[in-house]
Every structure is written in structure tokens, then in C-alpha cells.
Write a protein that binds this ligand. Sequence first.
Ligand SMILES: Nc1ncnc2c1ncn2[C@@H]1O[C@H](COP(=O)(O)OP(=O)(O)O)[C@@H](O)[C@H]1O
Ligand SMILES: [Mg+2]
Length: 332
Amino acid sequence: MEPMLSIEQLTVTFYTPKGKVKAVDGASLTLHKGQIIGLIGETGSGKSVLGLSIPGLLPGTAEVSGTIRFKGQELLTLKKDSLRKLRGTEIAFVPQNPATSLNPVMRIGLQITEAIKAPFSRKQKREHAARLLEELNMPKPWDTLRQYPFQLSGGMKQRVLAAIGVAGQPSLLIADEPTKGLDALVRDQVVGLIRRVATHTGAAILVITHDLYVARSLCDAIGVMYAGEIVESGPTEQLFTQPKHPYTSGLIRSMPGKGMIPIPGVSHSLMEEHRGCKFLLRCSQRLGECEWNPPELYALQDQDRKVRCFLHDSSRGREQGVPERLVATADA
Ligand SMILES: Nc1ncnc2c1ncn2[C@@H]1O[C@H](COP(=O)(O)OP(=O)(O)O)[C@@H](O)[C@H]1O
Ligand SMILES: [Mg+2]
């Protein structure tokens, strides 16, 4: 089956007064109908930039290379008009910042109903909008429809954005931090709504989140981003119970309830030209070669998992349990 979304070797570079910032570096991912994929990683790892690049919402200063295919159609070379049309119908993006993403002078009701593409009457559209808000635990959905964004709290605006995102029944939904700043109850409702959308409408959904609990409870598969690269990907439960990349293990250990042990060191600078592994300086398992040789994304045997770490390169000496060349370098 042709994937809904297929991204290959996506690289996004910003040229800033301070220098070149490689925000996304050779990222690939595949998303099928009805599937929910989560993108996790620390702040600044390139999750939002990757998400924004899909519907073509990056600023003009961004240099983008690679391929982004939606239903087989290349989006990176698509005309602006056609892309805008897709954004209004087939592809929905729920932005990260609720404070600046709603139209301040338009009532909430209109902002949600404008996203509904089905040939419903105005009344039906408003009923649908109210129902969505109710599903998201908004206390007085009908009142909310008549209000303006400034009358709502941050958490309410967040839910309105989620409602706008799902209202048009897009084939592809990209939600950037849809649960940020929400309390546990509301967070679970947003998670529930996104899951129902995937199940009932068959939408393919990319959820960007730094909340690992949301990622684990919502997503079928996960991509872990570090310094612009996807360093590990695989089915959610496997990834959480048997993380392979030292960074993924560190992320999981930093979860409340899993020890809350932070990963030491600071994130790799996106401005540095690097030679080897970007996680090198924070890695407790690093070996000599990691300093000068960038690891590829290695596929694990018999599993739908990939890891960007020499420790999992199966083409190397397996018998010793650890790759031969690495042992030799480490001893040197
Ligand atoms: N418009 C921009 N111009 C320059 N740098 C940017 C721009 N947008 C994002 N970046 C940089 O790209 C990197 C990744 O950012 P982002 O994707 O927002 O991270 P995340 O969503 O994982 O927290 C950051 O270093 C950020 O400063
Ligand atoms: Mg972000």
C-alpha cells in the first residue's frame, strides 16, 4: 500500500546572522493511513521544523532538500497555490503556539466551522464544532463558539486549535505539541480525540511531543530526534521497553517515574560542522570511531526498528557481542 506520507532525507538549513543552522539533517519517515507516529526529543531537536516543512509552512529563508511525498505527490516542488489548497483540505497542521495561532478578531465558532469542508448547513457545522469542543472537555461549548480568542485561557485555546485541526477530516494531521500545558485530564481527552480521529476517519497522524507519556499512550510508532537527526525509530512499546540508542535510553530514564535522571551535558550545537556522532559528547557508551565516523541508521534484524549507533550495526563482528572494530578502537 502506498504510504500517506513518505519523507526521505529531509534536510532543512537556516542561514542566520550568526551562521548556518542545520535544524533537520537527513530525516526519513513513512506514515500510513490510520497510523499515528510520534516524534519525540528535547527542545530544539528539530521536531517543529520537520513538522512545518510538510505543509510548506517554513519561512522563505529555510533551505529545504530531500523529498516529501503525500499520496505519492511531491510537496517540495508543488506550486504555492496547490499547496495552500491541500492545507485547507487534505493536510491539517495544529501549531505549537496557541497564543499566536488563532485569528484574534474572529469568533471561535467561525474559526472551527471554516475548517469543515463537508457540505453541511451552517447549523450542522456549528453543532459539529460544539460536539468537538465537548469531546475536548470544554465546559460550555456553545458559549465558546461565540467567544473571541482573548476570552479563553491558554489551555482552552490549545483545545480550539485541536478542534480546528480535526474538524475538516484531513487525510494527514500534523499536531505540534497538542497537549502542552494541559492538565492530566484534558491531556487524556486530547489524546482520546486524536486516537478516535485516526480510527474513525483513517487519517494519518504525526504527533510532535516532548511528553513521553503522551507519545507512549497515543502513538503506534515513534521517531526519536536528536540535533536534527532521527536517531531511532520503531514500534512504540518496543522502543520504550527496549530502547537501543543511548539517547533514547537516556530520555526514558529522565521520565518522572523512571528515575527522572537527566541526560548529562548539553545538546549538540546545530551550527557546528561535525564529523562523527552528534551524541558523542553525552554518550556513556562512546567508542573511538564515533568521534570521526557518522553512524548510519542501521536496521535491526527481524524488527521494524532502526538505530543510528554503531553498537547496532549488524554487519560488524557479531560473535563477540560488540562490534570488533569498535572494541579494537576502544582498547587503543
Ligand atoms: N526560522 C528559523 N530561523 C532560524 N533558526 C530556526 C528557525 N526555526 C527554528 N530554528 C532553529 O531550528 C532548531 C530546531 O527548532 P525546532 O524545530 O523548533 O525544535 P523543537 O520543535 O524540537 O523544539 C532550533 O535550533 C531553532 O532555533
Ligand atoms: Mg517545537
